[in-house]
Design a protein around this ligand. Structure first.
Ligand SMILES: Nc1ncnc2c1ncn2[C@@H]1O[C@H](COP(=O)(O)OP(=O)(O)OP(=O)(O)O)[C@@H](O)[C@H]1O
Ligand SMILES: O=C(O)c1ccc[n+]([C@@H]2O[C@H](COP(=O)([O-])O)[C@@H](O)[C@H]2O)c1
Length: 212
């Protein structure tokens, strides 16, 4: 039995306290190493306002002074869209039989049937679904049928098996989104307590979101 590796991918445009809090709690609930993985070209949304280098700078600033959450920039080093199946297949080769857990907010999970080769995700990883308030999270029949036999409510299975299970992780709900943070910054406001304090150490770090 080995400690699971959990991957929390996102655009992180910018990283906010909602991301950090749910990733931290997932790490505790699963006793897992959690890697935050910024997407290079997100497959299903417009390009981020901050470029890859700026988003990495924000992630590094956010992840200071702790070691439970780490940064994995592999998707930024690949060209083309950041398909999760490709990333997880690569990690599976590196990690052997170690349990892998793909962490997704409930909204991202609801969109899973539109993902590239989505049914193959269950062959390479478990999925941990993180509660997220304030988003429309109806799960389609197609998704429910696919996950029905995979749903578990005890995290110990995620440590014994390498792949294939789905578990809802009950994390503290925080209604924070990067969209809201971008709106506030564009209005010239200061969303100081929605963002990790490390983002305020360097005044230029939030420049991509402020109006000139
Ligand atoms: N407050 C939150 N609670 C739980 N999960 C979250 C929260 N914010 C983001 N997530 C999850 O984090 C992952 C990456 O999300 P992303 O970087 O797109 O942030 P976002 O806040 O949803 O951004 P945007 O508002 O730009 O869409 C997704 O799985 C998303 O569901
Ligand atoms: O692989 C796909 O087809 C796919 C489609 C949509 C999103 N994703 C991944 O899901 C994660 C969250 O995406 P987002 O857009 O909510 O930031 C991020 O790692 C994306 O690369 C992946």
């Amino acid at each position: 039995m080995s400690r699971p590796l959990a991957i929390f991918g996102g655009t992180f445009d910018p990283i906010h306290l909602g991301h950090l809090s749910v990733a931290w709690e997932a790490s505790e609930l699963l006793d897992a190493e959690v890697r935050l993985m910024p997407a290079s070209v997100p497959p299903h949304r417009p390009s981020p306002l901050a470029n890859a280098q700026q988003r990495v700078a924000m992630l590094k600033a956010a992840l200071q002074k702790q070691s439970r959450l780490t940064l994995d920039t592999r998707e930024l080093e690949r060209s083309g869209p950041s398909y999760t199946i490709d990333t997880l297949a690569e990690l599976r080769k590196e990690e052997g039989d170690r349990p892998l857990v793909l962490l997704l907010g409930a909204d991202a999970f609801a969109g899973l049937p539109s993902w590239h080769r989505w049914r193959e995700l269950f062959d390479v990883a478990h999925i941990g679904v993180l509660s997220r308030p304030g988003v429309d999270v109806a799960w389609s029949d197609e998704l429910l049928t696919a996950i029905g036999p995979r749903l578990i409510d005890d995290a110990s299975a995620l440590r014994v098996l390498p792949t294939g299970k789905v578990m809802e992780l009950s994390v503290t709900p925080l209604e924070i989104s990067a969209t809201r943070v971008r709106e506030l910054l564009a209005e010239g406001r200061d969303p100081r307590y929605l963002l990790p304090c490390g983002l305020f150490d360097d005044p230029s770090i939030l420049a991509p979101y402020r109006k000139a």
